[in-house]
Structures are given as structure tokens and as C-alpha cells.
Ligand binder design. Structure first.
Ligand SMILES: NC(=O)c1ccc[n+]([C@@H]2O[C@H](COP(=O)([O-])OP(=O)(O)OC[C@H]3O[C@@H](n4cnc5c(N)ncnc54)[C@H](O)[C@@H]3O)[C@@H](O)[C@H]2O)c1
Length: 276
């Protein structure tokens, strides 16, 4: 292995990925496994990644593991850590990736999304997964890494951590202004909050050998309606949405020693959207 390959090598390193069963979580897991690491896919629903299924074993071999976890519950996060340590004896990487992801471009149900009607329950649920979950996982799994003076945390934010949502993207014809769907306020708040958590943890644990960074992906193409895709593409200098695998290299970079002099940063990968 040459020196450059060594920098990106994750052989034997165990990476907990929250929301690991989702669209991006599975991509992160592939990136970790591809560099020799062991991804642990922690998700409240394992429907898409049954660890006992042939598909899962064919995809990841025996060097991956999926487990049911509710990151909003301290006991569940503690149980996740115990399970990981019991199985592998170590944890090296935490990717705080889980979030509630309202798909405003696909739904006609606009009742709840507008600020004036946004239910407190939904606000609490979104913050609970996106922020409290990231806090609890960082507290429990980060503290374990601190004991060994080595570890990496990556928080998955969004381009909406650095810019406001452009609500024109979600407009539907023939609806009055006060009934137009919008990206909910919680998405911006959660994603911006994660950048704050990143900076806090990066400095708090700088001398404990833990590096903490964020990644801010732009929108991923996932069969959204054509009109929405075109509107969004018009806001992006590179002229298109991302493919799901276009964040893998950045995840590998942030999780590996290749980024050894990097902490407290937000890596924005958005096709140039936020510079326009
Ligand atoms: N998809 C995009 O276009 C995009 C763009 C920018 C940022 N992001 C961010 O990337 C991350 C992953 O997005 P995605 O598109 O894969 O979303 P997704 O909805 O496919 O995956 C999210 C996963 O989180 C899990 N989850 C929800 N609540 C949980 C809980 N309490 N405990 C454990 N797991 C829980 C869900 O079951 C789901 O599998 C999110 O943070 C999202 O905001 C996504």
C-alpha cells in the first residue's frame, strides 16, 4: 500500500452510522466497508437493511452489522454502544446521519408544513431525531472514544445549514399563497444546529484526540418530480442534483487519517448552490 492509500485506509476501524438504513446511510456504509472498515448501521427501522438477509450479506459480507436503535433514547444509544463493544471491542467513528426528512417536493399534504400551523409535536420530534439524537450519540459514543484518545465524528448537515430554503422550489399551481407547501422550519434549525454541535465538540475534545467535522450535502436525485428537479437544477451552478454516491469520497476523507489536520469544519458539497 502506498502512503496515499494508507491515509485513506480504515482497516479494522468500526464506524457507527445513525440512520444507516436510509438512502445516504447505506452509501456511507459502503464507503467505510470499501476502505476496510466495519460499518454498523444503526436505525430505528431495519426494513431496508435486514442484517440476516442474503442481500445484506452479499452487499457487505460479514464485515458489517445492522442494529435497531432509537437515537432519541439514551438507553437505546447505550445499548448500541454495548453491542458494538461486545461484538468488535472498539468504536472509532461516529457518523450522525439520522434525521426526519420531510419530502415536500413529493407530498400534497401541506397542512403541517407552514410555519403558522407547524405543530409543536412535529417541532419536538424533528429536533429530537436531528439534534438530541446527535447529542446523545456523541455523548455516549464520543465519550468511549475519548477513553482511547482516538476517534472521529462526522455530522451530516445539509446545504440548508448554510443557506435558507428557497420556498419557490415547492410551489404548486392553483394554490393560494397561504396554502403553499414549504420546507419546514425544523430542517433549517436542525441542520444549522449540527454545525454548532460540530464546532462545540471539535474544540471540547480537540486535546482528547477526537476530530469532529460536518458535511453539508446538496439535494440527491431520488425520483423527485421532473418539475422540482428542473427548478432545483436551475439554482445549482453544476446544473443538476447529486447522485447518491457523490458524498462517499468526502465521508472517507473525513473519517480517515487523510483529514488528520481538520476539525471543526463544515465541508459543503452542493454543486456550487450556496455560492450563487
Ligand atoms: N437526501 C438528500 O437529498 C439529503 C440532502 C442533504 C442532507 N441530507 C441529510 O442526509 C442524512 C441522510 O438522509 P437520507 O436522504 O438518507 O434520509 P433517509 O430518510 O433515507 O434516512 C434517514 C434515516 O434515519 C432513520 N431514523 C429516523 N429516526 C431515527 C431514530 N430515532 N433513530 C435512528 N434512526 C432514525 C430513518 O429510519 C431513516 O432510515 C439526513 O441527515 C439528511 O437530512 C440528505
Amino acid at each position: 500500500m502506498n502512503k496515499l492509500e494508507t491515509m485513506f485506509d480504515l482497516t479494522g476501524r468500526v464506524a457507527v452510522i445513525t440512520g444507516g438504513a436510509g438512502l445516504l446511510g447505506q452509501q456511507h456504509a459502503e464507503a467505510i466497508a470499501g476502505a476496510g472498515g466495519i460499518p454498523v448501521l444503526a436505525d430505528i427501522s431495519l426494513v431496508s437493511v435486514d442484517p440476516h438477509s442474503l442481500a445484506f450479506k452479499e452487499h457487505f459480507g460479514d464485515k458489517a452489522f445492522a442494529t435497531k436503535t432509537d437515537i432519541t433514547k439514551l438507553e437505546s444509544v447505550k445499548a448500541l454502544l454495548a453491542e458494538v463493544l461486545n461484538r468488535y471491542g472498539r468504536v472509532d467513528i461516529l457518523i450522525n446521519n439520522a434525521a426526519n426528512n420531510p419530502k415536500m417536493e413529493k407530498t400534497a399534504d401541506v397542512e403541517f408544513s407552514r410555519l403558522e400551523n407547524f405543530p409543536l409535536k412535529q417541532w419536538e420530534a424533528d429536533l429530537s431525531v436531528g439534534l438530541t439524537g446527535a447529542f446523545l450519540c456523541s455523548q455516549v459514543i464520543g465519550s468511549e472514544m475519548v477513553k482511547h484518545k482516538r476517534g472521529v465524528i462526522v455530522n451530516v448537515a445539509s446545504d440548508l445549514a448554510v443557506i435558507a430554503p428557497d420556498q419557490r422550489l415547492y410551489r404548486k399551481p392553483n394554490l393560494p399563497a397561504d396554502q403553499q407547501p414549504v420546507k419546514p422550519v425544523t430542517y433549517s434549525v436542525v441542520k444549522t444546529g449540527l454545525i454548532g454541535l460540530t464546532r462545540y465538540l471539535a474544540t471540547y475534545w480537540a486535546d482528547a484526540g477526537i476530530r469532529v467535522n460536518a458535511i453539508s450535502p446538496g439535494g440527491i436525485y431520488n425520483n423527485q418530480p421532473d418539475e422540482f428537479v428542473q427548478r432545483l437544477a436551475n439554482l445549482i451552478p453544476l446544473g443538476r442534483m447529486a447522485n447518491a454516491n457523490e458524498y462517499q469520497a468526502a465521508i472517507l476523507f473525513l473519517c480517515s487519517d487523510a483529514s488528520s489536520y481538520m476539525t471543526g469544519t463544515n465541508l459543503v458539497i452542493d454543486g456550487g448552490r450556496s455560492c450563487w
